[in-house]
Design a protein around this ligand. Structure first.
Ligand code: 5SP
Ligand code: FE2
Length: 225
């Protein structure tokens, strides 16, 4: 059976001066997951936040914290992110030499395990770790910044990943440049979790966030296969 499409607002586009309020607002507005972009200034050319900030906002909602770790190495920090309140942790396939070990560690911490693929990384990078995965995050921009343009060539990779996972219960998440215009392209190809920052955090109110989430959700669901 087809999975319901989940919408995961990325707080990277929120007002960091009131991050807790923003997380609560977007959860009230209907977010299925909260997407937290962790950047280290080394794996990606930007720096955001780490476990103390995640811990500080954890009590603002019970919504699933989907932690996108754009850090290298990731392994030394996985326990701290789990302790801070991440429900799922996604590491990049390009971030270290021992992806299988990273995924085993995430599951041993009792969290959902994800792997992310940069636009130039082929899906073959995850061929031998499929049974350790709950989530595959396919980047449709180069990681590091919000508000970038969606790369259409990646839609073909979404189709290939969908075929690769077969009937395993793995979610396919898309991250970068998702909007009501681009969402149908990826749900038609098999994606079932959509991250969106710039397209959701505009308007500044719960009502505006709700309308922005629903615009993506309805466009996505119409095209979902
Ligand atoms: O991981 C990243 C960027 O590296 C994303 O999660 C962005 O935050 C998505 O932002 P938009 O492209 O939707 O504005
Ligand atoms: Fe992200």
């Amino acid at each position: 059976m087809r999975k319901k499409t989940l919408i995961a607002p990325s707080v990277l586009a929120s007002d960091f001066s009131k991050l807790g309020d923003e997380v609560e607002a977007v959860a009230t507005a209907g977010a299925d997951w909260i997407h937290l972009d962790v950047m280290d200034g080394h794996f990606v050319p930007n720096i955001t936040f780490g476990p103390p900030v995640i811990k500080a906002i954890r009590n603002r909602t019970k919504t699933f914290f989907d932690c996108h770790l754009m850090i290298a190495p990731a392994d030394p920090y996985l326990a701290a992110f789990a302790e801070a309140g991440c429900d799922g942790m996604t590491v990049h396939a390009e971030a270290g030499p021992h992806l299988d070990r990273s995924l085993q560690t995430i599951r041993s911490l009792g969290k959902k395990a994800g792997v992310s693929l940069n636009p130039a990384t082929p899906e073959t990078a995850i061929e031998y770790v499929l049974d350790r995965l709950d989530l595959i995050l396919i980047m449709t921009v180069n990681p590091g910044f919000g508000g970038q343009a969606f790369i259409p060539a990646i839609v073909d990779k979404v189709r290939r990943v969908k075929a690769l996972i077969g009937n395993r219960p793995i979610r396919i998440e898309i991250d970068g440049g998702v909007s009501p215009e681009t969402a149908p392209l990826v749900t038609a190809a098999g994606a079932d979790v959509l991250v969106a920052g710039a397209a959701i955090f505009k308007g500044g109110t719960v009502e505006a966030y709700r309308a922005n989430i629903e615009a993506i959700r309805s466009a996505a669901e119409k095209a979902a296969n």
